[in-house]
Design a protein around this ligand. Sequence first.
Ligand code: URA
Length: 221
Amino acid sequence: MSGGFEEVDTRSKTERLAELAEQAKSCSACSLSRTRTNVVFGVGNPEAPLVIIGEGPGQNEDSTGIPFVGRSGILLDECLKVCGITRKHIYICNVIRCRACQYEAGRLQNRPPTAEEAKACQPWLEQTLQIIRPLVILCLGSPSANAIIHRNFRMSQERGQWYESKYARHTMASWHPAYILRMEGEAYSNAKNDLINDIEQARKRVILARKEPPKTSLFDE
Ligand code: URA
């Protein structure tokens, strides 16, 4: 603080995010730091009005350092494309930034983050969202909805509904692409259509939210 005014960071969102991503490379807040190849920080447009938050990196993401590049990512990109959205329009990150995995049937399998891992990684997520300040957030899967919307989020009952969260005025959760990929036939098509529909709702919500007055202003009454 100086002279009663908060200090303003005049660097661009891109610069601030890049600095944060650099700091995250040396994070050792949980044991996943010991097995990771790369910290998978986030990708896309730091000025984006829409942020998509997944669960955590898998094997492909761990080896490339880029979120959603495996089978889930291919499905996500396909659904985004139906709505006219590419990765240049949005920012994508995860609840945890290092791969969580365990040995099963003799090989390493991805697993959901534990509550402790999600908590250890939360400062990175919070700082990311504080820099981007998205108008709309779309959470993919329960760990993301639990971290962002509320701790007891029930995907089967609350998917597709709008919530105001601490991180964005308009926040919604949808099926995780990996969950959709485990389905077959009609169940697969229905869940995929739900995801497309939720992305489209998020796109439309951005348009509406842009017309709203900013949430807080120093000069508001
Ligand atoms: N699943 C996620 O939740 N995030 C990724 O980055 C990849 C797969």
